[in-house]
Design a protein around this ligand. Structure first.
Ligand code: SF4
Length: 291
């Protein structure tokens, strides 16, 4: 059986950058705390924990003083930086540059649209770290929309500035934007949606992966998708593969492989989420080749 690794698999640029910053900080031999898990992948988290990185919860962060805390690629709301300053905590900021620039843009738009009471609508997953950071940047006029069911939260007679969490599906984002546009045209006297500004904030590292993965999944008899179970990007990309190849299996560690999946298969493809380390994907591929 032929076994291929999807060439675009492995950490995205933002996660790779955060892991590098963490490794560099740990080289000094000091304890570095990380607010939440640095990446949604248990195996990579365990590797970095072995090097001295200590994941903490927000409750634990509140009680810390005089230490170093790493902010992961998802970013944080302004309140986290304020708390760190209050407790003499040195921040090691590993926020992905793409997320950082979106936070800045949201802050600017919120400021500039204050007089016209513009609404900063964030399309994303409730409770996701990146979304919490973006909502924090948006301030009190921020509105979280997790899907079509939340669109009643928007006042369509007022300006809307729409942003998406970087890892959402492009297709679904376009559907949400279109519904907002139609609703706006219904309530405005001139039937116009000129008060809607849709920002293209889906990360190209993710949106570009969707079509490539689809093609890869169609070319192989069996697909093994490797990802942490709590990665929303992983779930989304897994669904993309499953849709075009019903013999797609989700695993989070090599031990979950089942040799029966490869019965009568001439080829197997291995791929993963933006939070799956490349070394883990290769390990899985090597194991399949041995089967
Ligand atoms: S998916 Fe894109 S925006 Fe998110 S961390 Fe990775 S590179 Fe940054």
């Amino acid at each position: 059986m032929k076994v291929d690794v999807e060439p675009g698999s492995g950490f995205c640029f933002g996660v790779q950058n955060a892991v590098m910053i963490a490794e560099e900080a740990l080289r000094a031999g000091e304890t570095v705390f990380c607010l939440g898990e640095i990446v949604h992948n248990d195996i990579e988290v365990a590797r970095l924990t072995g090097l001295g990185l200590k994941a903490i919860t927000y409750e634990e962060f509140e009680k810390l003083h005089d230490c170093k805390v790493l902010i992961r690629a998802h970013g944080e709301p302004p309140s986290t930086y304020a708390k760190a300053a209050e407790n003499n905590i040195t921040i090691i900021d590993a926020t992905c540059p793409i997320v950082h620039s979106m936070q800045e843009k949201i802050r600017k738009v919120a400021e500039l649209s204050r007089a016209e009471k513009g609404q900063i609508v964030i399309y994303g997953k409730e409770g996701h770290a990146e979304v919490i950071g973006l909502m924090g940047a948006a301030g009190p006029r921020g509105i979280l929309v997790t899907g079509k069911g939340d669109l009643h939260r928007i006042d369509y007679s007022r300006p809307v500035f729409l942003f998406s969490q970087t890892t959402k599906s492009k297709v679904q984002y376009e559907v949400v934007a279109e519904i907002i546009r139609l609703n706006m045209e219904k309530v405005t006297s001139d039937h116009s949606s000129s008060n809607l500004k849709v920002h293209n904030t889906i990360c190209r590292q993710v949106s570009g992966r969707e079509p490539r993965l689809k093609e890869f999944a169609m070319k192989h008899d069996v697909i093994i998708f490797v990802s942490g179970r709590n990665s929303s990007n992983g779930r989304m990309l897994f669904e993309v593969c499953l849709k075009v190849n019903p013999r797609t299996h989700f695993i989070s560690s090599p031990g979950e492989l089942n040799s029966e999946w490869f019965h009568n298969a001439a080829s197997a493809g291995v791929c993963g989420a933006t939070s799956t380390p490349g070394w883990l994907i290769q390990e899985v591929a090597d194991l399949i080749a041995a089967i």
